[in-house]
Design a protein around this ligand. Structure first.
Ligand SMILES: O=C(CO)[C@H](O)[C@H](O)COP(=O)(O)O
Length: 226
């Protein structure tokens, strides 16, 4: 079993009957969703899922997981999602799979947020992984110029045919190649104030539990007090 599968299966143990569960996106969250499908079938687990992307919605529907939109639920009990990087103080970046907007919305309304990662995602400081910024297409070249002027090394994310990648909300992603983010809160606040920016991949003060897959000692679970 690979580490992503290991943490995906481990995380599903926190899901109890009757819960509303935020279903993350990506190759790690994939295994968690599969495990929920298995538990529903084999153990009669009964939950409602709130998906964070069209891709996860498709997977969950195929497994027969009952779904509601984020607007149909009062709150989400627990959200389980992957991450691109997690720093020593448990701040994170997400959006490598371009699903950051829905992921952040679902996480915001969730009582608990579990991140599942393999050990390669644990870093001292955030920033080696490009930071995604979701922007509306109108005015996106202006934002690219602004980010360049601020020395944020922006690059529009494209598909294989060279066209800008479109998110589930039909926006663009600008990746910032920063190498190191010295002050994630300052950068997040600045990005929050730029017109045309819909959301960014800095997920700060969000996770409450991190489940890490390690090759030496298996699963390591860390409770993060907020
Ligand atoms: O934020 C995400 C998608 O937008 C993913 O959770 C993140 O990119 C990690 O993905 P993976 O588990 O495939 O490494």
């Amino acid at each position: 079993m690979n580490l992503k599968q290991l943490v995906g299966i481990e995380s599903a143990k926190y899901i109890k009957d009757g819960m509303t569960v935020g279903l993350g996106t990506g190759s790690t969250a994939y295994f968690m969703v599969e495990e929920i499908g298995r538990r529903m079938k084999e153990e009669g687990l009964n939950i409602v899922g709130v998906t964070t992307s069209h891709a996860t919605e498709e997977q969950a529907r195929a497994l027969g997981i009952p779904l509601k939109s984020i607007d149909e639920v009062d709150h989400v009990d627990i959200t389980i999602d992957g991450a691109d990087e997690i720093s020593a103080d448990y701040q994170g970046t997400k959006g490598g799979g371009a699903a950051l907007l829905f992921e952040k919305i679902v996480a915001t309304y969730s009582n608990e947020n579990i991140w599942i990662v393999d050990e390669s995602k644990m870093v001292e400081k955030l920033g080696a992984f490009p930071l995604p910024v979701e922007v509306i297409p109108y005015g996106s070249d202006q934002l690219l110029r602004l980010f360049t002027k601020k020395e944020l090394n922006p690059k529009i994310r494209t598909t294989a045919d060279g066209n800008p990648l479109l998110t589930d909300s039909k926006n663009y992603i600008i990746d910032l190649y920063l190498k190191e983010i010295n002050d994630p809160k300052e950068l997040a606040t600045w990005l929050d104030h730029q017109v045309g920016v819909v959301e960014h991949g800095l997920f700060l003060d969000i996770t409450t539990r991190v489940i890490i897959g390690t090759s030496e000692s298996g699963v390591k679970t860390i409770e993060v007090s907020r």
